[in-house]
Unconditional design. Structure first.
Length: 253
């Protein structure tokens, strides 16, 4: 039975059982029960499993080394969903201790399967939000990587931090303004739009853009920012009209 076919009470009990079983697996050095959940076909079971890893890691310092050894072994699985879940589990740990799990992201960025690379992006989002200093320092290492997909993934991955602290990621985004690959430029413009509509973020984004020298990209970014305010009108801090007026006044100075 699928996770969301269960009653709420049964889901709570299943999540508790998953955490208990994974904790026991780490305590006894047995990867079997962990792999059982990491390879489950149900996305939500795998999510409960990688979140359980984060909880066990946080509550049991004596298991840290063993958890990392087992996760590194699991990361070599032939199954993409298992590698994906291992990366997501590392992301839960990285919220508190990025240095301990950097290996998983250095490896996962180059995984042949898109789901594993997407797990890197998702983990980067939550880690940069909760543990920004080491996470963003790591992101800088890949901003100018030869592989355009690596640059795009890193750009996308730091977005969430920008929604609350745009000043933290704008210097990194600025380094991509002359990227010649359309997928990277489009992601850069997308991220600028996604951070600018949040409360208090538009002035910070606009001020930063005013100092960028790629005026063609800045123009496209401004168009996207106004359009995002229109598309997300129920969530944006300003109306599209207010955002457009602010931007025009700022750039006319």
């Amino acid at each position: 039975m699928a996770f969301y076919d269960l009653s709420k009470g049964d889901r709570v009990r299943l999540v508790r059982r998953i955490q208990e079983n994974i904790g026991e697996g780490f305590r006894h050095g047995e990867a079997g029960c962990i792999l059982k959940y990491f390879s489950d076909d149900d996305t939500y079971v795998r999510k409960a499993a990688y979140q359980a890893v984060g909880k066990v890691y946080k509550s049991s310092p004596e298991l840290h080394a063993r958890i990392l050894v087992i996760l590194k072994t699991i990361l070599r699985s032939d199954l993409a969903k298992v590698r994906q879940t291992a990366v997501n589990a590392a992301g839960e740990i990285g919220i508190h201790n990025f240095e301990a799990v950097q290996y998983f992201f250095d490896t996962g960025l180059f995984d042949p399967h898109h789901s594993v690379r997407n797990a890197v992006i998702g983990s980067l989002k939550k880690m940069s939000e909760k543990n920004p200093v080491p996470t963003l320092q790591w992101a800088k290492l890949y901003l100018h990587h030869d592989d355009k997909e690596i640059r795009r993934e890193v750009c996308h991955g730091i977005e969430l931090r920008g929604r609350t602290h745009p000043q933290d990621i704008l210097p990194l985004l600025e380094q991509l303004q002359h990227d010649k690959t359309s997928r990277v430029r489009n992601t850069l413009i997308h991220v600028l739009g996604q951070i600018a509509y949040k409360k208090g973020c538009l002035p910070v984004v606009v001020q930063a853009l005013s100092a960028w020298d790629n005026q063609i990209l800045v123009k496209e970014a401004i168009e996207e920012i106004v359009d995002v305010h229109r598309r997300y009108k129920n969530f944006a801090a300003l109306t599209a009209g207010e955002a457009k007026t602010y931007i025009e006044q700022y750039f006319s100075k």
